[in-house]
Design a protein around this ligand. Structure first.
Ligand SMILES: [Zn+2]
Length: 65
């Protein structure tokens, strides 16, 4: 085996860094979709960002009861 091939195999075995790949609101895969970045999180659109904010606020209110 060529030394270059061994190096490539080792690089592929490395664990990939965890990246957010799905929209937090609709759970769609964010790849080539337009990314909407807010507060360190990615959403596929502004609509999904707002939906997630509303949802998280609603669950926070539920916990207070
Ligand atoms: Zn979405």
């Amino acid at each position: 085996m060529a030394p270059e091939a061994v190096k490539e195999a080792q690089a592929e075995a490395k664990p990939k860094a965890e990246k957010q790949t799905n929209c937090l609101a609709c759970n769609k895969l964010i790849k080539k979709l337009k990314k909407y970045y807010r507060d360190g999180k990615f959403y596929c659109s502004k609509k999904c960002w707002r939906a997630f904010i509303i949802k998280s606020k609603a669950s926070a209110a539920e916990e207070k009861k």
